[in-house]
Design a protein around this ligand. Structure first.
Ligand code: FCB
Length: 443
């Protein structure tokens, strides 16, 4: 493991999404989805989540005390534009306060405009299957950056277009719960058009803003290293999930298979940076019964370390992905990376190995400028509800008590030193759920 330093002014923070932390979001498609029994584990609901809408000041104090110098969060579209073309001055003033609070604490904001949720009126008019949603989203992006662009330099249009399409339109596990490959492709096209339009509008009025998109990239390796059919399906997964959007953006036009779902083009340049959300790798095995999923069955590697959600811990994947992204010739921000680990048993090692992989990638020429751990507080993890605990800080949705886990202290050291701590000692692995503790030792 290298002990090198990260580049100067490296951004170190955590990432959240409005619906997962704020509480009180009742005017979007996710809230409606949560009301139906069986959609969310334990029938959990996103209200109150972390009550972050009301607690953001003390939450940011805590993150600043953990030496984080940046923070990624999302705006809730349904609060800001509760009805078509009607913008809420109360919601805009709230997010101004949020941004100002970050600036006052010396934390660089990174703002996401769309992180999975859609206002009810958008969902009712066809969601991202309706071509007009691209234009409506661009109008929202335009208005918001006019109002708030003076307070944040970094803007992410859409979080993880492929995940939206896959979970909502292939697996049917997220709203609107469809299983329709054609619809999934149309949704991707509209999301891309929405990004292209938003990028052009924002840059026309505010050329100084840095605008990008958060890509969820996974490693897909063949289950049988030498099995030609496994290799073929793994390569197909890589092309469809990892390459389609990046290539379309690079070329300013749709690439296959999106070309089968519509016509669209964009400007030759439509990203000022790459946002990378990296979590895990998947092994893919050819299976004739998996026609709806490109004939690829995802399997877990035998004996691999796995998170509470059974995702493999695979730090090399971050290295491999960052190296591959060098060809984009754009600054890269790791906009999400984290692990569901309620006992904090694996997270310290996860943090160290992923941060080390990122450093190695930087040394190999990947222009990485920041890292945002997913996430600061345990929160409402979409269909997994509150059971999947991704927080550096435990957050009890009933008492709202925040309890930093040992890895919050470890991450604080990394943020403060701007490198991996020398001779780092891993905190003892907790065998029981962590008891309430005071703030972590930061020295
Ligand atoms: C990402 C999402 C984020 C969270 C993490 C665990 O795909 O962007 O909201 O759910 O996964």
């Amino acid at each position: 493991m290298t002990n090198g330093r990260f580049p100067e002014n490296f951004l170190w923070g955590t990432a959240t999404a409005a619906h997962q932390v704020e509480g009180g979001n009742h005017a979007n498609d996710w809230w409606a989805w949560e009301q139906v029994a069986g959609h969310i584990k334990n029938d959990d609901r996103s209200d109150p989540a972390c009550e972050h809408y009301d607690r953001f000041l003390s939450d940011f104090d805590l993150l600043r005390s953990l030496h984080q110098n940046a923070h990624r969060f999302s705006l809730e579209w349904s609060r800001i534009e509760p009805a078509p073309g009607e913008f809420s001055s109360t919601a805009l003033a709230h997010y101004r306060d949020v941004l100002q609070a970050l600036r006052e604490r010396g934390m660089e904001p990174v703002v996401t405009l769309h992180h999975f949720t859609n206002p009810t009126w958008i969902a009712k008019s066809g969601g991202w299957e309706a071509p007009e949603t691209a234009e409506r989203f661009a109008r929202f992006a335009d208005r918001v950056t006019d109002e708030l662009g003076d307070l944040s330099r970094f803007w992410i249009t859409v979080n993880e277009p492929t995940v939206i399409a896959y979970q909502g339109y292939v697996r049917g596990e997220w709203p609107p719960g469809k299983r329709d490959l054609g619809a999934a492709l149309r949704v991707l096209v509209t999301l891309l058009r929405g990004h292209w339009m938003a990028y052009e509008r924002i840059k026309a009025r505010h050329p100084q803003l840095q605008v990008g998109l958060a890509h969820h990239l996974r490693i897909f390796d063949p289950a049988g290293r030498f099995a030609p059919q496994d290799r073929a399906v793994a390569a197909a997964f890589g092309r469809v999930f990892n390459e389609t959007i990046l290539q379309s953006l690079r070329r300013g036009r749709l690439v296959f298979p999106l070309t089968r779902a519509g016509k669209a083009s964009g400007p030759p340049r439509s990203q000022d940076f790459i946002g990378l959300n990296y979590y895990t790798r998947e092994l893919v095995r050819f299976n004739v019964h998996y026609g709806a999923e490109l004939f690829g069955e995802r399997v877990l590697p035998a004996g691999a370390a796995r998170s509470d959600l059974t995702w493999e811990l695979y730090p090399d994947g971050l290295y491999r992905t960052l190296l591959a992204l060098r060809r984009e010739r754009l600054p890269i921000y790791v906009t999400e990376n984290g692990i569901a680990d309620g006992r904090d048993a694996m997270r310290p090692d996860f943090l160290l190995t992923h941060v080390a992989a990122m450093l190695q990638a930087i040394e190999a020429g990947a222009p990485v400028r920041g890292y945002f751990h997913w996430t600061c507080f345990d929160n409402f993890e979409w269909a997994e509800g509150y059971g999947a605990k991704f927080g550096l800080i435990a957050c009890d949705p009933v008492t709202q008590e925040r309890r930093p886990r040992p890895s919050a202290g470890l991450y604080a050291q990394i943020c403060r030193l701007n490198r991996l701590p020398a001779n780092v000692e891993l905190p003892p692995v907790p065998q029981q759920p962590v008891e309430p503790a005071g703030p972590p030792d930061l020295r």
